[in-house]
Design a protein around this ligand. Structure first.
Ligand code: PHE
Length: 342
């Protein structure tokens, strides 16, 4: 019997529990009516009288130890449970979490810069629809009926209505401005345009433009040249030179392509300017009198110039981005690089 008591006492001392259920099972096993300790008390009745005193003390010690263990474990587990319910105190010594800030898309950054440069010299911003009719995108702009730019190659037509297409340039917005207002007109139209081109590092079927229009009495090619030189220097830096090369557009006569001196190498040639020292940035020219007449403006009284540039092309140059597709993929690693730019 002594051995039994000692074994149970060891078991009581070593017992640990993680849940109230385990404690209760232990209590039932040891202390309930049919438990191990009451059973020993039954055996106690048969113990001979000279060992009764000692055995009684041992038994009582065991019972006390078991009762106490149950009580201890219950209190401990209850305390732990109520601790878990309490909200945790914030650790005031922790370094502050960084609030994620958004960043503007590089196309928006460059568009905003272009807008500001022209707004400073009195141009106002005008916008128009991305789905255009043939008149505003082509006919009013002096595109002959059979001009290849109307071909399916370049233009996304709306299949249910052949008169409608996704605008291929924002010159369409300028037609709308001229139809609604008499000169003087000084406006720029930023916006998204669409052309059915194969997607590559240098071309996409969606891109962005800013086109400009200035119409008044006595506007000359020299006025255009001076305005574009001002723009080039504001955009690419004070040292920038411009160069105008003859070109062709149905809606301007004469027409030109404007190049700016390469701001990367400053002239001698590099991979960005393909060793020419010049970078092509926009088309421009004097508004064809036919276009003015198409829009209800007297071409004997007024003259004007127009220009148009692709925002992606300029952004690629300013930030030295080699693949135009990056602008459309929204890869966070690319966009996060513009976080600090306003
Ligand atoms: N609309 C022309 C284009 O999309 C650009 C341009 C605008 C050229 C105005 C000359 C004058 O390519």
């Amino acid at each position: 019997m002594t051995d039994k008591i000692d074994a149970l006492l060891r078991e009581v001392e070593e017992f640990e529990a993680d849940s109230p259920e385990e404690v209760e099972a232990f209590r039932l096993k040891m202390l309930s009516k049919k438990g191990a300790i009451p059973a020993l008390f039954d055996d106690f009745k048969t113990v001979e009288s000279e060992r009764r005193k000692e055995m009684g003390m041992r038994l009582n010690r065991l019972k006390q130890a078991a009762t106490q263990k149950v009580h201890e474990l219950k209190t401990k587990l209850e305390a732990r449970a109520s601790q878990a319910d309490k909200p945790k105190m914030p650790d005031l010594t922790m370094p502050a979490a960084r609030d994620p800030i958004g960043s503007r898309h590089p196309i928006s950054l460059v568009r905003n810069r272009i807008n500001r440069i022209f707004e400073r010299i009195g141009f106002v911003i005008s916008e128009g629809p991305e789905i255009e009719d043939d008149w505003h995108n082509f006919s009013a702009l002096n595109f002959p009926q059979e001009h290849p730019a109307r071909d399916m190659q370049d233009t996304f037509f709306v299949s249910r209505n052949p008169d409608l297409a996704l605008r291929t340039h924002t010159s369409s917005v300028q037609v709308r401005v001229m139809e609604g207002q008499q000169p003087p007109i000084r406006t720029i139209s930023p916006g998204r345009v669409f052309r059915n081109e194969a997607i590559s590092a240098r071309a996409h079927c969606i891109f962005h433009q800013v086109e400009g229009l200035y119409i008044d009495e006595g506007v000359s090619f020299a006025d255009m040249k001076q305005t574009l030189l001002y723009f080039a220097r504001e955009m690419f830096g004070e040292q920038t030179q411009i160069r105008l090369r003859p070109s062709f557009f149905p809606f301007t006569e004469p027409s030109a392509e404007m190049d700016v001196s390469c701001n990367i190498c400053g002239g001698p040639g590099c991979t960005i300017c393909k060793y020419s020292g010049w970078i092509e940035v926009m088309g421009c020219g004097m508004v064809d009198p036919n276009v003015l007449e198409n829009c209800g403006i007297d071409s004997r009284k007024y003259t004007g110039y127009a220009f148009g540039m692709g925002i992606e092309r300029i952004a690629m140059n300013i930030y030295q981005i080699k693949d135009l597709r990056l602008f459309f993929e929204n890869d966070m690693r690319f966009l996060q690089q513009f976080e600090s730019v306003l």
